[in-house]
Structures are given as structure tokens and as C-alpha cells.
Design a protein around this ligand. Structure first.
Ligand SMILES: [Zn+2]
Length: 478
């Protein structure tokens, strides 16, 4: 290796924003006592946490939990009872109004050039088709940009087939690249006169289990029915379309928009001593899509944050600050729970010293993301060192937070994420295959350990994280 290269590497190392060893000359931000307790929590979780027990009881007692459904209502009671049984304090349900959309009959078929059955499912929020179904010729596009190059004559009266494959990756980045089609595709197609939309599922599997998820109709644009095809069914349409003859499909969706319903953010706390008015927020979402059991999304997150807080509550010593666990309502199709929390608690957000959300399944931690003021860097490095034995020492300063807690950044609340291995997550996410058998307790315990370690540090460090600077107080896209 050339010397200049070595020098460049040394300089790069010195300038690396989050290199844990960098502050060797300064006294550690964490006392030996905080570190030792964090290490013992880590060990407690690794030697068999109860996180999977909470996931199991949530989904077995409630079933799928789409906003407004009976399962979703049942899970409010489950949350209250679970928090009380485990000895959490100030257990409560804070009312939230949520959208109420219900799936109905779903059928699909290719009618020409050859008959085939199709596995499809309505996108959340879709309007229904006529009872007899909707039939038309497809026009295939690979992206929103490609649709934009089409003239109206090519689209009017047809069914737009968005055919973009989601890329599998450890960090789940393929989701962000593909999901805009699901949200915006229907209105973009309607603007050009399409009568319906089919998308290739935003998922990485090859099962005949289509993946649902929310669409968002633009105001003033015709609302047209939209559904996701399973990946093998999208393959079939693609092959038929390659033959060059017109491909016609018919599909029927019986979904209904039922207005609004009552729901709640369910909250339990481990009270602090000394600085009990300061809050470390741990979030996950209680609602789920309706096709599966909502085990990985987001039963897993609920199990992780409940168990991390329970392990802390079971210690002999109390945390300095209060740990507030929130099982949010309506993450999947409206974010009403997260919005409502930010509004209702606006007056105390300056006392929220940190917030973390678990919403990427049950697999192992791979890193730690943060969004706080620059002086928090040294503390983040020390947390990363505590997470290293769990495989989560790689620090990034982007992508911290979660949908339900995203709005807190506007008030400067420091946001954190334990990043997870997402390479399997999108095989099952939002599909009928999101079931309890996908929960592997070994990586789940590692994730729970990581969240417990972070939470203990955040709740006890004498000087909390510097708040998010003004220029970084921005909502993520979508
Ligand atoms: Zn989720």
C-alpha cells in the first residue's frame, strides 16, 4: 500500500464522524456503573428474553389488527392488561380517531390471450371495483418515471401494470426504492385516464402471497381501484406481455371505506427517580395489516419494546428518567397515532430526551442510527461499544427514527434506531405470510438486548443527548 493511501486512511479514520475510539483522551461520558448495568441487561436479554411471549399473546389474543377492526380494538385491551400485569405505571389508552377501511372479496384473472387465475390483493384505501369486476387491456410500465413518458392515448381506458421488482438487501433499502409506486401509482395512472392499477408486490419473495400496503389518492384526481399481484403472478403478466399481443385482465375488489373509528395509543411507563419528568420514549405500532397475523409487523416491535422496558423495571435499581413505552395506533394506513401523540404531548416534548421505535421485524441488530446534536457523538460512540457484542456497533447518522416518532424531530427530540437485518423481512411484510412462525427467538433476543442497553444509557446518562439542530428538524419523505 502506498504511503499516501495509508495517510489518507488515517486521516479518514480521524475524521470519521462516529469512530468509537476517537475520544480516547476525554473522560468517558458513561460511568462504570451505567456501563455495568447496561452489560448485565444485555446478558439478561441474551439468556432468554420474554419478547416472543408478548408477540405470541398479542397476535393470539387479537389476531390481525387493521385500524377500526375488531382485532385492533381487542389489542387495546391486550396492551392495557399486559402493561398492568407486568407492573408498568401510569398505564393508559389515549384516544385517537383512525381511518376505517375494510377488505372484501378479491378475485382476478387474465382473460386474453389465454385464461389464467391471478393472486392479488387490494391496496389499503382502494376504492372497490364494480361488483361484476373491472376488465381492460394492460399497459405495462417499470416505474413512475416511465409512466410519465406515456401519452394519454396509450393509457386511457386501460389498466396500468406497474412492474418493478423490489431489490433484496440487508438494510431494506430496496423498499424505499420501490414503495413510491404503491403510494403514488394509482393517482398518476388515473391522471392519464387509466381505469385501474395492478402493481407487482413490493416484496422480495416468490410466493403467491401478494403484499398489501397503503395507497394515497391525490385530491381532485379520479379514484381508481388498485391491487397488488403476487410476484409469480406479476411474472406471468410480464411473460404474456412480452409476446406482444394485447393482454386483458379482469379483477374484482369488494373493499369499503367506512369512515373513521375510535382507537388509542396504549401507554405504560417505568417511572424514573430524580429526573422522572424527563422521558425516554420507546415506540412500536399495535396495528397491522389484515392479511396475516401482524407478527413481524409490528407484533415484533411491540414485544421488543415491552420486554426491553420490563427487563429494566425488573432491576433492583430504578432509572433516573422515566421510560415511556407507546404502542401506537394506525401506523399502517394514516399515522393517526403518531400525529395525535405529537399534538397531545406538544407541551412536554422539550422533556423528551430520546425516542426510539422498533418497526423492522424480529431479526438481528446490525447497527445503530442517530439524529441528535453534534456533541452527542461521543455518547453515541460509547453506546456503539456496548452494542458491539450484539453485532450492532456500526453507527450511521442517517435513517434514525420510525414512522410513529418521526414528528417528534420537529420539536428537536433526538431520534435513534437499532438497525436490523431486513434481508428476510420483505418476504413476509404486509402479506398473509406475516405469521408467528417467522419469529426466531435468538435474533429477537439480541435485538431486545440492544434496545435495553440503549434505553438504560439514555435514561441514566447525567448529560442527555444534545437536541436535534434546527437544520436537521425535517420530516422524512413519504
Ligand atoms: Zn410496521
Amino acid at each position: 500500500m502506498r504511503r499516501t493511501t495509508v495517510l489518507a486512511l488515517i486521516l479518514a479514520g480521524a475524521a470519521a464522524p462516529t469512530s468509537p475510539g476517537r475520544a480516547a483522551d476525554a473522560a468517558p461520558a458513561l460511568s462504570a456503573e451505567i456501563r455495568e448495568t447496561a452489560e448485565s441487561l444485555r446478558q439478561n436479554a441474551l439468556s432468554g428474553s420474554r419478547a416472543s411471549e408478548w408477540i405470541r399473546s398479542l397476535i393470539d389474543h387479537s389476531g390481525p389488527r387493521l385500524s377500526g377492526s375488531s382485532g385492533e380494538r381487542a389489542s387495546i385491551g391486550w396492551g392495557l392488561e399486559t402493561f398492568k400485569t407486568l407492573g408498568f405505571a401510569r398505564v393508559r389508552a389515549e384516544k385517537v380517531r383512525v381511518p376505517f377501511w375494510q377488505r372484501g372479496v378479491e378475485t382476478g384473472e387474465v382473460t386474453a390471450p389465454y385464461p389464467h387465475k391471478l393472486s392479488l390483493t387490494a391496496l389499503g384505501g382502494s376504492v372497490p371495483t364494480p361488483a361484476a369486476g373491472l376488465e381492460g387491456e394492460i399497459v405495462e410500465v417499470g416505474s413512475l418515471d416511465e409512466l410519465a413518458t406515456k401519452n394519454e392515448a396509450a393509457v386511457r381506458g386501460r389498466i396500468v401494470f406497474f412492474n418493478k421488482r423490489m431489490r433484496r438487501s440487508v438494510d431494506g433499502a430496496g423498499y424505499g426504492e420501490t414503495v413510491p409506486i404503491r403510494g403514488s401509482g394509482p393517482s398518476r395512472a388515473a391522471k392519464l385516464g387509466a381505469i385501474g392499477v395492478l402493481i407487482r408486490s413490493v416484496g422480495t419473495d416468490s410466493n403467491r402471497t401478494p403484499h398489501t400496503g397503503s395507497l394515497k389518492y391525490d385530491e381532485g384526481i379520479a379514484e381508481i381501484p388498485a391491487a397488488a399481484l403476487s410476484n409469480p403472478d406479476a411474472d406471468l403478466l410480464e411473460r404474456l406481455d412480452r409476446e406482444g399481443r394485447p393482454v386483458r385482465v379482469r379483477f374484482t375488489l369488494g373493499c369499503r371505506n367506512l369512515g373513521q373509528a375510535d382507537s388509542a395509543n396504549v401507554i405504560g411507563e417505568i417511572p424514573g427517580t430524580g429526573k422522572s419528568e424527563e422521558i425516554v420514549l420507546l415506540g412500536a405500532h399495535r396495528d397491522s395489516w389484515d392479511l396475516g397475523e401482524g407478527a413481524i409487523d409490528d407484533g415484533a416491535g411491540c414485544g421488543i419494546v415491552i420486554e426491553a422496558a420490563r427487563l429494566i423495571g425488573a432491576l433492583r435499581k430504578r432509572p433516573l428518567r422515566t421510560i415511556r413505552v407507546i404502542l401506537f395506533a394506525n401506523e399502517e394506513n394514516g399515522l393517526a397515532g403518531g400525529k395525535s401523540y405529537a399534538e397531545t404531548h406538544a407541551a412536554e416534548l422539550d422533556r423528551h430526551v430520546a425516542a426510539l421505535e422498533a418497526d423492522l421485524g424480529s431479526d438481528a441488530p446490525i447497527g445503530f442510527a442517530w439524529n441528535a446534536g453534534p456533541s452527542a457523538e461521543r455518547l453515541v460512540g460509547e453506546i456503539a461499544a456496548l452494542l458491539a457484542p450484539l453485532g450492532a456497533s456500526q453507527v450511521t447518522s442517517t435513517g434514525a427514527g420510525g414512522a410513529d416518532i418521526s414528528r417528534l424531530v420537529l420539536a428537536g427530540v433526538p431520534l435513534f434506531s437499532v438497525r436490523q437485518d431486513a434481508s428476510r423481512y420483505f418476504d413476509w411484510h404486509h402479506s398473509a405470510n406475516d405469521t408467528f412462525d417467522k419469529i426466531d427467538p435468538v435474533p429477537l433476543d439480541r435485538m431486545t438486548a440492544a434496545v435495553a442497553v440503549f434505553t438504560w444509557v439514555a435514561a441514566n446518562v447525567p448529560q442527555p443527548f444534545e437536541r436535534v439542530p434546527k437544520e436537521k428538524r425535517v420530516l422524512p419523505k413519504n
